[in-house]
Design a protein. Structure first.
Length: 302
């Protein structure tokens, strides 16, 4: 927000910097099923979640803009998310999905860009965490798709598990002209405590200048009912040291985060985890990095 703009009701006054939630989801179960919600532990998420549900929570937490991220690997979801971004003042960017292994991936990306809301497409994500091959990112057909992302000027969003981080680093090293954004810091084993192997592999990835990380998803890697900020701090501090604030961005992972915490607590936790930074560094993590990396434009009120 710029000087003189009205602060939304309920916005915390501890920072004047723009706050961007760089990672959340929406889904409508009347449109399509979400197969990944079959796990009984995820029963609270088996309902429709829309930006109408998120908007009051975001306003109360002081969030100005968001990036919505794909959840299922079906072609129809991304055009729907792009149309949402075109119509919704809260959503400033879309990380969608297309088949990176398809021979016509470049044409598919062009169609998304040319469709309604296509200007809001900022990146593409595949559910690499579900691939049995730990080196899926290095397959020749995936490499061809990765080159198409670079040519299109889009970000390659990575949702991987800790054992897939080495392949992610190899892929990023092979494509220095493409930005790679690591979701949820690679899903470290927070509930188990500090992991030396995760930290080593994260640092290897972060050592590449074309990589960034998302300070997101940690609450659901912790013990859902008993976690504290101090449980998350070693992982957040490792990421801050490895990437630096200019290459780290906050994301809530709403509504998945609701399994472990309400939205406002997740935003508040990000503030606590970055409290020791300088004001400029904190502003980068809470919004500046996402705005710059995704090229987010202000739209709608505020």
């Amino acid at each position: 927000m710029t000087a003189g703009e009205h602060r939304p009701e309920g916005r915390p006054a501890d920072t004047g910097a723009r706050i961007v939630d760089a990672h959340h989801h929406v889904w409508d179960l009347s449109v399509r099923d979400q197969d990944w919600l079959a796990d009984d532990r995820l029963a609270p998420l088996r309902r429709t979640f829309t930006t109408a549900d998120l908007a009051p929570e975001a306003a109360a937490a002081g969030v100005d803009a968001t990036v919505v991220v794909q959840t299922v690997t079906v072609p129809d979801e991304t055009p729907e998310l792009l149309a949402l971004a075109a119509a919704d003042d809260l959503v400033a960017g879309v990380v969608g999905w297309t088949d990176l292994t398809a021979p016509d991936v470049a044409d598919a990306l062009a169609r998304l860009r040319d469709g309604p809301g296509g200007e809001h497409l900022v990146g593409i994500r595949h559910q690499v965490q579900g691939e049995p091959d730990p080196r899926w990112l290095l397959r020749p057909d995936v490499t061809r798709g990765t080159r198409a992302l670079a040519a299109a000027g889009l970000v390659h969003e990575l949702v991987v598990l800790p054992h897939q981080l080495p392949a992610a680093a190899e892929a990023a090293a092979a494509h220095p002209d493409l930005l790679f954004v690591l979701d949820h810091l690679g899903k470290p084993p927070v509930a188990e405590g500090r992991s030396a192997s995760w930290a080593r592999d994260l640092r290897r990835l972060a050592g590449l200048p074309n990589t960034l990380g998302k300070l997101s998803g940690l609450v659901t890697e912790a013990h859902w009912d008993t976690w504290t900020v101090e449980d998350l701090r070693p992982f957040a501090d490792t990421a801050l040291e490895a990437f630096g604030p200019e290459r780290l961005m906050f994301g809530s992972d709403w509504p998945v985060c609701l399994l472990a915490a309400p939205y406002r607590r997740v935003v508040g936790t990000a503030r606590e985890l970055t409290a020791a930074l300088t004001p400029a560094e904190r502003a980068a993590v809470l919004g500046g990095t996402a705005t710059r990396v995704y090229g987010l434009r202000r739209h709608g009120p505020g």
